[in-house]
Design a protein around this ligand. Structure first.
Ligand SMILES: [Zn+2]
Length: 107
């Protein structure tokens, strides 16, 4: 994907660390050389952050859904299993782990 040309003399945020700088050429995207090198070596830090946040949100949503599933009665769990067989299978395994884990602790 080709990046759009920048306006020389305008202020913008560095693609690597988000600091403000003044654009000197149409392809000048970093506040300093270290940022340019870091960006090309490690990729976009914002992309990494976004991926990391997305993963954490998914994990948290999964944990909440598992708690709701565990709180359902047998009939409602059966209906959930029909609607989401894959997820329910994972939740069943998690429930088993929780139960056997507690069993070992109390024994
Ligand atoms: Zn920078």
């Amino acid at each position: 994907m080709k990046e759009p040309r920048l306006v020389i003399g305008s202020r913008r945020r560095c693609d690597n660390d988000g600091r403000f700088y003044t654009v000197k050429t149409e392809t000048h995207r970093f506040c300093r050389d270290a940022c340019r090198k870091a960006f090309h070596r490690y990729g976009s830090p914002f992309l990494q952050l976004r991926t990391c946040i997305q993963r954490e949100v998914e994990l948290a949503a999964d944990a909440i859904e598992f708690r709701l599933f565990a709180a359902l009665d047998g009939g409602a769990q059966a209906r959930y299993r029909q609607a989401n067989p894959k997820r329910a299978g994972r939740f069943d395994e998690q429930l088993e782990e929780v139960e056997t884990g507690q069993g070992r602790k109390s024994a």
